[in-house]
Design a protein around this ligand. Structure first.
Ligand SMILES: CC(C)(COP(=O)(O)OP(=O)(O)OC[C@H]1O[C@@H](n2cnc3c(N)ncnc32)[C@H](O)[C@@H]1OP(=O)(O)O)[C@@H](O)C(=O)NCCC(=O)NCCS
Length: 170
């Protein structure tokens, strides 16, 4: 053990863009909750495929180790961004990590400089059975606006389209 370092352990949360070597570590977060995620794709790596997909991770630094405790994958298109999936590690839930990740996405709504590039909405498709997820997004200002029958091909479940609009207007 290196007793000469004076780096303080911290539980401070950092949000950064995902790098390819992160994806195996995301499986720890994704696998037990796969049925609850918003995508028909199987892993974070396959969810990331696609020309506009971007991933971000939430990381803490504890006991000299970086620990990924949450992530999201989204499409930063305009004027609407799609949140493909967002998950917090099951041992770290109800600690506002999901909220912090979502706040990072919401902050991207402010980026637009011109009318053309402006983003003012985030939408997602959530499984009808994912009640905790629906409560989470509702508490973050999202509203269910549409039902898509049989959207999730793995289980045949319906999806609710949930929408967050900058300024709260529809
Ligand atoms: C949904 C999820 C991302 C929430 O992450 P989290 O880090 O625990 O969320 P937060 O701590 O920021 O919760 C914020 C608020 O959302 C609501 N909420 C979150 N989880 C909830 C739950 N299981 N039951 C009821 N309300 C919940 C609460 O209002 C909570 O505030 P509170 O803790 O002060 O009561 C997490 O449970 C998860 O990863 N689930 C599996 C994957 C998933 O379903 N993702 C969503 C679809 S992609």
């Amino acid at each position: 053990m290196n007793t000469h370092t004076h780096k303080q352990p911290t539980t401070k949360l950092g949000i950064r863009y995902m790098i390819p070597s992160d994806t195996p570590r995301l499986l720890d977060i994704q696998t037990p909750t796969l049925i609850y995620t918003n995508t028909n794709e199987q892993t974070p790596a396959t969810s990331l495929r696609g020309p506009y997909r971007v991933g971000m991770v939430a990381e803490t630094h504890e006991k000299e180790k970086d620990l990924i405790v949450g992530f999201m994958i989204f499409e930063p298109t305009a004027p609407e961004m799609q949140l493909i999936t967002l998950a917090t590690h099951r041992d770290h839930r109800r600690q506002r990590i999901g909220t912090t990740i979502l706040d990072t996405l919401k902050s991207k709504l402010q980026d637009g400089r011109t009318g053309e590039r402006r983003r003012d909405r985030i939408y997602l498709f959530i499984r009808e059975t994912n009640t905790p997820g629906q409560i989470f997004f509702r508490s973050a200002g999202f509203k269910a606006v549409q039902t898509l029958r049989g959207h999730f091909t793995d289980t045949g479940e319906d999806a609710y389209k949930m929408l967050y609009t900058l300024g709260g207007a529809r």
